[in-house]
Design a protein around this ligand. Structure first.
Ligand SMILES: Cc1cc2nc3c(=O)[nH]c(=O)nc-3n(C[C@H](O)[C@H](O)[C@H](O)COP(=O)(O)OP(=O)(O)OC[C@H]3O[C@@H](n4cnc5c(N)ncnc54)[C@H](O)[C@@H]3O)c2cc1C
Length: 459
């Protein structure tokens, strides 16, 4: 790092909050995706004012700044692809206030998701988005990626809980958006503009979240299907039956095989397994809902329908689902985890199409995901040392995106665009929408210093 720049940064954050050694630059060079590129160094700001000073300095020197939470992103969103300074927000990790009376929590961006969960638990409240990375990922990262999870179908995603933000703009100005009231239609919805903007428009330095009372009872069941179409129809019928399960997950054949190879859960190796959870405040309430769900499973030719009778059954089933990503990661040297999402009525077609793509390209694709909101995770398994397999993986990925868009869906329901999906943005968004997005980026960040190279915004 240029010595003068380094001294100025130390002047803002202190020696202990700057790192530019090789080991630090390598640590900041990657996230959980296949992308990597080293920055010149990284800083850990502790206040919004420090973030503001850093942005003013970066603007003057025209140096890229890349906001970073825990680096668990799956699309290269926090990868400093054009070098520059990583702005690691993990030391801004205070829960500023929890107000049960006002139903809100105010936090700094570096708070880890599960730490907020732990803080809310004694009050009987929770913050529903529940990303599978919640033990590690930060709330700032969750806001910047609009993270979602198992409970999306019933409870929505991070976006549905952000009431207001404090944001540092690329020119260093500090702005507040939204309000602490449960509803507001005052002015343009600037809060929503920043949610999911992948750190390209501003740096989130404080978040006001709406929180929910936590249901006290849950019931769980599984169903197995020999035919993907039956599983798809069951999902569809459940979602318009009037019952909204708190989770409705799907595991495909390849995923079930991988779980069995790596655990002693001994799951049935069928075309699809569905896992449903209902929640409420009494046992009767959750059981009534689950009864309706299992009736639909049976009506759609489920081979087996099984209710979890004990705590251990419940734990085993959810452990199986939650192990999917990790057990699949062990099968091949490399993998890409996609998160295409389609309208509910198109899930069966998407599942069928994924299997066809896998066969056509001779590459293994294991699928699991959030059936309840149409968000599937096809995990493409390949050997990165074999150039032929890399080519086949890329071709399969591109076809997968075309398939999802063709079905009226989207490139990404959770993991964002970042670098991975940037080349496909124009597949989903028309030229006018792309033009508006590029104009917004230009307006907020005329020198293109904040997380440049992401989201396909550069022409
Ligand atoms: C095992 C595993 C499971 C996962 N499961 C899920 C899941 O269920 N649902 C889901 O949605 N995602 C999931 N993810 C992806 C990832 O965890 C989420 O995208 C998460 O929200 C990223 O948070 P982070 O703190 O790691 O952010 P990072 O990866 O560090 O950053 C992500 C993006 O946010 C920006 N950013 C970070 N902090 C700020 C800030 N304060 N202000 C402005 N921009 C900021 C960065 O610039 C970058 O563009 C998973 C990842 C892994 C590895």
């Amino acid at each position: 790092m240029d010595e003068k720049l380094k001294q100025e940064l130390i002047g803002i954050v202190g020696q202990e909050n700057l790192a530019d050694g090789l080991i630090d630059r390598v640590s900041f060079s990657y996230d959980a995706s296949e992308h990597s590129h080293r920055p010149e160094g990284g800083v850990w700001p502790e206040t919004a004012e420090q973030v503001s000073e850093i942005m003013k300095l970066a603007g003057r020197e025209k140096i890229p700044v890349i906001p970073r939470g825990a680096g668990t992103g799956l699309s290269g969103m926090a990868v400093p692809i054009e070098g520059g300074i990583v702005l690691d927000l993990s030391r801004m990790n205070r829960i500023i206030r929890i107000s049960i009376e006002d139903r809100l929590a105010i936090v700094e961006p570096g708070v880890v998701y599960s730490d907020l969960e732990k803080a809310l638990a004694p009050y009987g409240f929770f913050f529903p988005p529940d990303p599978a990375s919640g033990k590690v990922s930060t709330l700032g990262g969750n806001v910047a990626t609009n993270a979602g999870g198992l409970k999306g179908a019933k409870y929505g995603t991070t976006r549905d809980y952000v009431l207001g933000l404090q944001v540092v703009l690329p020119d260093g100005r500090i702005m507040r958006t939204g309000s602490k009231a449960m509803k507001s239609v005052s002015g343009y919805d600037l809060t929503r503009l920043f949610v999911g903007s992948e750190g390209t428009l501003g740096i989130v330095t404080e978040i006001t979240f709406k929180i929910n009372p936590k249901p006290t009872s849950t019931s769980t069941a599984l169903a197995t299907f020999d035919d993907l179409a039956d599983a798809g129809n069951a999902i569809n019928q459940i979602m318009h039956s009037g019952i909204i399960p708190s989770a409705l997950e799907i595991l495909g054949r390849e995923t079930l095989l991988a779980i069995n190879q790596n655990t002693n859960l001994n799951l049935p190796e069928v075309d699809a397994m569905l896992l449903a959870e209902t929640d409420g405040y009494t046992r009767e309430e959750t059981e009534y809902q689950l009864e309706k769900v299992t009736e639909i499973f049976r009506r759609n030719n489920a081979r087996e329908v099984r209710k979890a009778e004990t705590e251990k059954d419940v734990e085993d089933l959810w452990a199986a689902r939650k192990s999917a990503y990790a057990v699949l990661a062990r099968i091949e040297n490399n993998f890409v985890l996609e998160d295409v999402t389609v309208p509910m009525t198109k899930i069966a077609e998407l599942l069928k199409g994924i299997n066809e793509i896998s066969e056509r390209h001779g590459i293994r694709i294991a699928t699991f995901g959030h059936a309840g909101d149409g968000n599937l995770h096809p995990q493409i398994l390949y050997n990165g040392y074999d150039p032929q397999q890399v080519k086949r993986m890329e071709a399969a990925g591109a076809e997968l995106f075309k398939l999802a868009i063709g079905l009226g869906g989207t490139l990404t329901g959770e993991h964002g665009i970042g670098l991975s999906k940037a080349p496909f943005m124009t597949l989903e968004h028309d030229p006018v929408a792309m033009d508006v997005m590029r104009s917004l980026k230009k307006m907020f960040d005329p020198h293109n210093i904040l997380n440049p190279g992401k989201m396909g915004l550069e022409v």
